[in-house]
Design a binder for this molecule. Sequence first.
Ligand SMILES: *[C@@H]1O[C@H](CO)[C@@H](O)[C@H](O)[C@H]1NC(C)=O
Ligand SMILES: *[C@@H]1O[C@H](CO)[C@@H](O)[C@H](O)[C@H]1NC(C)=O
Length: 338
Amino acid sequence: MSHAGEGVGHLGVLAGAALLSTLWFLWQLGWAPARVPAAPPALTVLVWHWPFADQPPELSSDTCVRYGVPRCRLSTNRSLLASADVVVFHHRELQSRRARLPLAERPPGQPWVWASMESPSHTRGLGRLGGVFNWVLSYRRDSDIFVPYGRLEPHAGPAPPLPAKSGTAAWVVSNLQERQRRVRLYRQLAPHLRVDVFGRASGRPLCASCLLPTVAPYLFYLAFENSQHRDYITEKFWRNALAAGTVPVVLGPPRATYEAFAPADAFVHVDDFGTVRELASFLVGMNESRYRRYFAWRDRLRVRLFGDWRERFCAVCTHYPRLPRDRVYRDLEGWFQA
Ligand SMILES: *[C@@H]1O[C@H](CO)[C@@H](O)[C@H](O)[C@H]1NC(C)=O
Ligand SMILES: *[C@@H]1O[C@H](CO)[C@@H](O)[C@H](O)[C@H]1NC(C)=O
C-alpha cells in the first residue's frame, strides 16, 4: 500500500515540475498564465460649484493621485453632467442660490452627493432638499463620505520640540456674537484667567500664516466651536491648538466624541469642571510635569489636517465602490439636525 502511494507521489512531483517549467517557459515568452484584471476605469466626479469660490483651483488630471487616490478625475465642467459618475453639490452655494440643482437634466441613476463642513447652526434651506441626494460628505462620522477636519496618524521618529511658552491662554475669533455659548464662556473666564484675544472680532486680525506662530507661545488655546453639534470638531482643535503645539481647551461635542478622535489626555474639556472658576484655577495652577503629559501623544502620532476641498472631493472616489446605490436622503434636514 505504502509502496503504491509513494509511486503516485513521485508521479505527482514530476507532473508538478513539468507544469511549473511550462509556466516558467510561457512567462519567459511574455505570457501571463492568468490575466491580470484590468484596472477599473477612472471615475469622474463633477463638482457643480466650487465651495466658497467662483473660480475652482487648478484641477489637473493627477490632482487626486497627489492625495493618494488613483483613477479619480475632478472636474467643474458642467458639460459633463450627462456622463459624470457622480455629482457633488456644496451646500453653501445651494443655500445662497448661487447654484441651482439641475434636476431636469439629471441622468437616471446618477448618484448625487450633498457636501458641507458647516454645522447645523449655520445651515439653512435643507427642507427643500429632501429626496434629492444619495450620499452625504461631511465631518459627521456617520456620513457616507466622512471627511474630518483633521486626525492623528501614527508617526515614528522624534516629536518636534514644543514651542517656548510665554503666555497663558490665547483665543482667535473672527465672529463674536454674545448669544454664542463660546462668547458667554469667555466672558465668564476672563476675570479669572488672562486670555489674549486675536482675530477680526478683537480688532487684532491675523494673517493666515501668522496664526500658528502667534498662538504657539501660549500654554492653552481656547478651541471653542462656534456652535455645539454632534461630531463638529474643526480646525480650531486640529490646527490652531494641536498642530500649533498648545493644549486645546475645548467647547464642542461631549468629551466622548473628542476621545474618538484624540487621546483622552491630549485636551482639557470645559465639561470636566463644575464651574468656570474651577476651570480657570485648573489652568492657572498647571505645573510643568502635568502640562507635559498633554503632549505624550506627540511621541507616536502627528496631526494631519484635511483643509483642502480637492482632497475632500477625491475621497468620493475612495468610498464610491462600496457606497449603497439605493440610498436616498428623503429627510436630509432631519438627518443633519439630529
Ligand atoms: C467641457 O467638456 C466638454 C465636453 O467634454 C468639452 O467639449 C469642453 O471643451 C469642456 N470645457 C472646458 C472649459 O474644459
Ligand atoms: C503637579 O500637579 C499635579 C496635579 O495637580 C500634582 O499631582 C503634582 O504633584 C504636581 N507636581 C509638582 C512637581 O508640583
